[in-house]
Write a protein that binds this ligand. Structure first.
Ligand code: PFF
Length: 444
């Protein structure tokens, strides 16, 4: 049994939305949309978020709240026979590996933030933003220290526990994130030539949709909602029995969509107003945005704001990734072991991230299966481990849990009827697994 619970419903929603909203939404979504045809990609992403994504989010909520257990025990308590806890262990390994490279980008954000405090980002020597990005990310001491700082910030919050750590930090950081974003949206939309970017981002050109758009969008939808790792199982295990799960899931999804919209509305108008390329790839926000902000009055300040909000978004996701690994390891000895275990796990994740970090500098020439280490770990986690986890969780919950329990968990406190339950169950039993298998087959 989870010993700690969220203080309030809104605290849970902000923490879960904090896990969902992160680099995936603010950094990856815009650049993938930029390379996959803009509005068409975004539209499919939204549809998938609202259908398969929401069904799977509810599935993780149902399992966590029903069992009141974290990644390993949740599976064991539903099916004591067999090795079902391996799904939870897979989630812990995925979270560990995911945060190992995710925290590297967290480090870049801190490095850019510090540099921009010194006024160096929006006006680099020779106006060469790509060279600045390369200089920062290839400097092992600078990004190494920033990477470590990012992990220490994460540890300092998670070691405080659910209420005093994760919930409290999320309750401050998430509203701040929305306010900072709103300021930047206004700035971006009032640029001359902003409209072209809005059109690129929001007008779906349906002819741009290909098989690969669909696949990318499905992966992006799961990644954006932190699905397949049992993070949402763990967070909902700290929920009280009276909570209305569909309502909480909708709140998390709507907040994620809102931020995804805002991220696009900050980035694309700027890109088009200054004649830059939207399909720049992962460097988009680190090379294009400084160039955009560099042209504006108080540009450095706006860039700094953007980095602060990126830092908040990234940290609240990192909390959930550390928590899912720590929670099962300290079960029953929460008070005694949390601090120690959080430091051990956090520092091990940092160590695991070092080769990813050096992939842009000292180890740039070292390739594993033909690509740098960072990209390969990203690929392994995002395209293989997360979808596998999502597949197993959907099958486990929909086939192994008793139907009465599923119905009871899903509908308690909610006005919805049997029809809602049946549609959800059908989606989780058949549609989600089939969609994931199709994605896998097409990857091969
Ligand atoms: N949802 C986060 C993002 O979009 O950046 C990434 C993530 C966090 C994925 C936690 C999975 C996870 F368990």
């Amino acid at each position: 049994m989870a010993t700690e619970h969220w203080r309030s419903r809104i605290g849970f929603i902000l923490a879960a939305a904090g896990s969902a909203i992160g680099l995936g939404t603010v950094w990856r979504l815009p650049y993938v949309a930029g390379t996959e045809g803009g509005g068409a990609f975004f539209l499919i992403f939204l549809v998938l978020l609202l259908t398969l994504g929401s069904a799977l989010l509810l599935t993780e909520f149902v399992l966590g709240r029903h069992t009141q257990e974290g990644a390993i025990r949740a599976y064991k308590s539903v099916a004591p026979k067999g090795q079902w806890q391996l799904i939870g262990i897979l989630g812990m390994v995925s979270a560990f590996l995911l945060l190992s490279f995710y925290s590297v980008v967290g480090g870049w954000i801190i490095a850019f933030l510090v540099r921009s405090l010194g006024g160096q980002v929006t006006s680099p020597p020779d106006g060469d933003y790509t060279a600045l990005f390369a200089a920062i990310t290839s400097n092992p001491w600078e990004v190494g220290a920033a990477h470590l700082a990012f992990m220490v910030m994460t540890i300092l919050v998670v070691q405080q526990g659910i209420r005093k750590g994760i919930e409290k930090a999320s309750v401050y950081m998430m509203p701040a994130l929305f306010i900072l974003f709103a300021v930047l949206v206004v700035r971006s939309l009032t640029l001359d030539g902003a409209w072209e970017g809005v059109v690129f981002f929001l007008q779906p050109d349906l002819s741009a949709i290909s098989g690969s758009t669909l696949l990318e969008a499905l992966g992006q939808a799961f990644f954006s909602l932190s699905l397949g790792v049992s993070v949402m199982v763990t967070y909902s295990s700290y929920l009280g029995k009276s909570e209305n799960l569909p309502r909480s899931a909708w709140s998390v999804i709507l907040l994620t969509i809102l931020i995804a919209f805002m991220a696009g509305l900050v980035i694309f108008p700027g890109v088009f107003a200054f004649d830059l390329q939207p399909d720049e790839g992962p460097e988009l926000i680190f090379t294009v945005l400084p160039a955009v902000f560099g042209e504006l009055a108080f540009g450095e300040m706006f860039f700094l704001l953007f980095m602060i909000l990126m830092l908040f978004a990234t940290l609240t996701s990192a909390f959930s990734l550390v928590e899912i690994v720590v929670a099962p390891l300290i079960r029953g000895k929460e008070k005694k072991n949390r601090v120690k275990m959080t430091w051990i796990v956090g520092l091990l994740i940092f160590a695991m991230g070092i080769p990813s970090n050096l992939s842009f500098g000292l180890l740039a020439d070292w390739t594993v299966f033909g690509d740098i280490f960072f990209n390969q770990i990203d690929y392994l986690v995002s395209n293989i481990l997360l979808p596998t986890g999502a597949l197993l969780i959907s099958l486990f919950v929909s086939w192994k849990m008793r139907k009465v329990d599923l119905r009871e968990e899903l509908l308690r406190g909610s006005q919805r009827g049997p029809m809602f339950f049946n549609i959800w169950l059908f989606t989780v039993r058949y549609i989600v697994p089939i969609a994931i298998v199709v994605v896998f087959i097409s990857l091969i």
